[in-house]
Design a protein around this ligand. Structure first.
Ligand code: 5GP
Ligand code: MG
Length: 185
């Protein structure tokens, strides 16, 4: 494609341009927070369980907009190498909380094929939580192939590879406040 005015960044061997600016992400996070605030207002101390590393920025912004008493924790999974999923999910940091009888909201950066979230949901349900729902910043409906309902989706995108706002390309780009997509030269 030719030249345009979109902000660009280079990470390793790839060039990316802005796809979703920070203010649009903020509005989407606001909407998800409003839904969660309405749904969990009467529940006993819900636990937000973030999936590291990608969810850290979404988790931070979401928590500032949640208006009920809650707890927060993280697990760490890995399934991606470079720009494609390996199909295998590794648990790098497991669950450290007792979630029996608890209302758990899993916080993800992006649900793509659904492999990671299916793995995590299966492992969480073995601990007898009162309920488990998923809140994801990004959802790729054309790639998703699982049955687990994803209740809270801030933004839906196509199958493009994105970086920024917590999401990485080989560990780079997580610090960007906008979301960027690869430029196809
Ligand atoms: P899934 O298991 O659903 O296929 O993939 C989920 C994980 O893969 C996400 O939590 C995220 O870490 C990574 N992932 C999926 N799509 C993208 C993408 O477009 N960009 C980046 N940076 N990571 C992605
Ligand atoms: Mg992830």
């Amino acid at each position: 494609m030719g030249c345009n005015n979109k902000k660009r960044v280079t990470l390793l061997d790839k060039t990316f341009e802005v796809m979703i600016p920070a203010d649009q992400i903020d509005r989407a996070v606001e909407q998800v927070a409003a839904q969660i605030n309405a749904d969990y207002a009467d529940r006993e101390t819900p636990l937000f369980l973030g999936v590291l590393n990608g969810s850290f920025m979404f988790m931070s912004d979401l928590m500032k907009k949640v208006d009920f008493n809650c707890e927060l924790s993280f697990v760490k999974l890995a399934s991606y190498a470079g720009t494609s999923t390996t199909g295998k999910v590794q648990e790098l940091i497991g669950l450290k909380n007792n979630i029996e009888g608890r209302h758990v909201i899993v916080v993800e950066d992006i649900v793509d094929t659904g492999e990671s979230i299916e793995h995590l949901m299966r492992s969480l349900s073995g601990h007898n939580p009162a309920s488990v729902e998923v809140a994801t910043l990004f959802f790729k409906p054309n790639s998703y192939s699982k049955q687990i309902p994803i209740k809270y989706k801030a933004l839906e995108i196509g199958n493009e590879f994105i970086v920024g706002y917590g999401l990485d390309y080989d560990q780079l780009g997580r610090n960007l406040k906008d979301v960027f997509v690869v430029v196809n030269e």
